[in-house]
Design a protein around this ligand. Structure first.
Ligand code: G3P
Ligand code: MG
Length: 363
């Protein structure tokens, strides 16, 4: 699959700079699109005196829909063409788990309605179940929510007393933390991943990490920024809630993996998409939409990561060797670089000031 052919009248900056934008707290605040974001992306797309285009990506710990759907929504919101090859979401790297779980039952947690199930199935997970399916099987598993008429239209029916789950994948932010903490921990302490069963509390060999059903979170965000005056709890807070209740109820540590920013896997994936975009724009090479290499490509110029969250955007960029620009429109509420737990290359008021600084710095 290749992206739409590049417009010929605009040249591409062969040596960059290239840009990687976080979304929540940088380009958008909740549903509000920052006007600075539209202006900046217009300039980077070639609407500038040099008629020069600067390759860019959006890399978010958000998600909940297919990349092909999200980029269409972003194109409309930001009023600039964003292709599928220009977006990395929290769960994008879950594609790498498909070979391991394609034909096995997995519990997909998070997001709105059954959208994340549909994303999982589009990735290649053939037996993706969601928490609402479990409530349809036995409403008493979580007695505080009665399935609505609409929920009954999308639940998948199964007798979960005979389903042995292979893994739990937290694709996106949970919309019912209580239910999801209950169901995830039901499975983690179950015998062989079957709801309604339990490991033998007296047999330590059943509680070793290798015997625990894997729990894969798609990002570690304790906080994230929207239009509210203070940052909101993200998937990292859900992880800690689950781990705390698991420790209290079993005495054991919850073993889990985490993707998204600031992990190297997500930045490597982003770097490959950027490399593919640069090659396509400069020499027409077809875009590789689903890079699988785990080693980082070298890029012909500097990359600037623009984010609002020191713990994910700045930490990840710094560790990956990219320049990092911390903006004040999201999680970070400090004034200067040293106020951030992960010190950025520079602090900027917003995405416009950040890009302007980078372009002036690169000359
Ligand atoms: O769920 C959204 C949040 O965790 C962070 O989104 O775009 O700031 O990485 P973003
Ligand atoms: Mg953000």
């Amino acid at each position: 699959q290749t992206a739409s052919p590049a417009r010929r009248s605009i040249s591409t900056a062969p040596k960059g700079p290239y840009f990687c934008f976080d979304i929540d707290g940088v380009l958008k605040q909740g549903s509000h699109v920052l006007p600075q974001a539209k202006a900046v992306l217009q300039i980077l797309s070639g609407n500038n005196p040099l008629k020069r285009r600067y390759p860019f990506l959006c890399v978010t710990n958000g998600g909940g829909s297919l990349e092909s759907e999200r980029c269409k929504k972003l194109t409309k919101e930001l009023e600039v063409e964003i292709g599928e090859h220009q977006i990395v979401q929290s769960h994008t790297v879950f594609r790498s788990l498909v070979p391991q779980y394609a034909d096995k039952p997995v519990l997909v947690v998070g997001g709105i309605e059954d959208r994340c199930r549909r994303v999982a199935e589009a990735y290649g997970f053939k037996h993706a179940y969601i928490p609402a399916d479990v409530l349809a099987w036995k409403p008493a598993v979580w007695p505080y929510h009665k399935l609505t008429e609409h929920e009954w239209t999308y639940v998948k029916h199964a007798d979960f007393s005979s389903v042995s789950f292979a893994a739990i994948l937290v694709f996106h932010d949970s919309r019912d933390w209580g239910r999801d903490v209950q169901l995830v921990l039901d499975l983690v302490r179950a015998k062989d991943g079957v709801f309604g069963t339990s490991k033998n509390p007296k047999d330590p060999s059943q509680w070793t990490p290798g015997r625990q059903i894997p729990v894969h979170f798609s990002n570690p965000d304790l906080l994230w920024g929207n239009e509210f005056s203070q940052p909101r709890f993200g998937q990292g807070a859900l992880q800690e809630s689950m781990a705390a209740v698991y420790k209290l109820t079993t005495g054991h540590e919850l073993h889990r993996t985490t993707g998204g920013k600031p992990t190297n896997a997500t930045y490597t994936y982003a770097a490959h998409l950027l490399s593919s975009q640069i090659a396509h724009l400069t020499s027409g090479t077809p875009i590789n939409l689903h890079p699988t290499s785990s080693s980082a490509p070298s890029l012909p110029g500097r990359v600037y990561m623009i984010g609002d969250n020191p713990a994910s955007d700045i930490a990840g960029a710094n560790a990956f060797g990219w320049e990092s620009i911390l903006v004040k429109t999201g999680v970070f509420r400090g004034e200067k670089r040293e106020d951030a737990e992960h010190v950025p290359t520079v602090v900027a008021e917003d995405v416009w000031e950040g890009v302007k600084w980078a372009l002036e710095r690169e000359g």
